[in-house]
Write a protein that binds this ligand. Structure first.
Ligand code: NI
Ligand code: MN
Length: 226
């Protein structure tokens, strides 16, 4: 399995013949190396409804016919936009051709702001456990630190975790370092930083705060093999 990071919270997973995109926020993301017209995933997984996570989901899904997997109310809303959406909710898992998706708790908020400045309710925010090729990836989405991270890591041993470190809207470096202790992943990659002024962080600070666990700071566009 090949996993690449594309700025903010965008993660791309290649498993077998499938490409899976998580939280494809491309337009407006000054960090990303992706272009909407180049992305042809088989599936898009969304953690929550905020615009910096839903991003270009509708355009990409319409062009590629990708299945969009999202928290239920967000999936309903995106279905109204004409995409093929599969709704799930926290605690539920589902086996797809490309892998197994399980939604986990995240402590955050979730809504989508339309171009008409209306705020649409999009259900509960979530983290995602993605399992394929007998490896488990945890994408925390946007969240605070919470004690049940320990249970998540015990129930589903994590090979690779993507954790937000940007602070202000999510965990900052200190809380994210504590989250690593609770989750106990084999490898952790920091995400959700430096995209906007309120979430400017030095990922090296996070890496130094993490004791006894491996952290890899992935440059935008970098790929690792799992
Ligand atoms: Ni958010
Ligand atoms: Mn966010």
């Amino acid at each position: 399995m090949q996993i690449s990071y594309h700025g903010h919270s965008i993660v791309k997973i290649k498993t077998g013949n499938y490409t899976v995109l998580i939280d494809p926020f491309i337009n407006g993301n000054k960090l990303t190396d992706l272009a909407v017209e180049n992305e042809k995933p088989d599936a898009i997984l969304l953690t929550h409804g905020h615009n910096d996570h839903v991003g270009d989901t509708v355009a990409i899904a319409k062009a590629s016919d990708a299945l969009v997997v999202a928290p239920n109310e967000l999936a309903i809303y995106l279905g109204w936009q004409g995409v093929n959406a599969h709704g799930m909710n926290i605690g539920g898992s589902c086996d797809f051709d490309f892998g197994t998706v399980k939604y986990t708790k995240a402590f955050h908020s979730s809504s989508y702001t339309t171009s008409e400045n209306e705020i649409v309710y999009t259900g509960m925010p979530a983290g995602i456990l993605f399992t394929a090729e007998e490896k488990t990836i945890y994408h925390a989405g946007d969240t605070s630190l919470f004690g049940d991270m320990e249970m998540i890591g015990k129930r589903h041993p994590i090979d690779l975790a993507f954790l937000p470190i940007g602070d202000n809207f999510t965990m900052g470096p200190e809380d994210a370092a504590y989250a690593v202790e609770l989750l106990n992943p084999k490898l952790t990659v920091p995400v959700h930083y430096n995209t906007f002024p309120p979430i400017e962080q030095d990922p090296e600070t996070f890496k130094k705060l993490v004791k006894n666990h491996e952290v890899q700071i992935m440059a935008v566009g970098h790929t690792l093999d799992l």
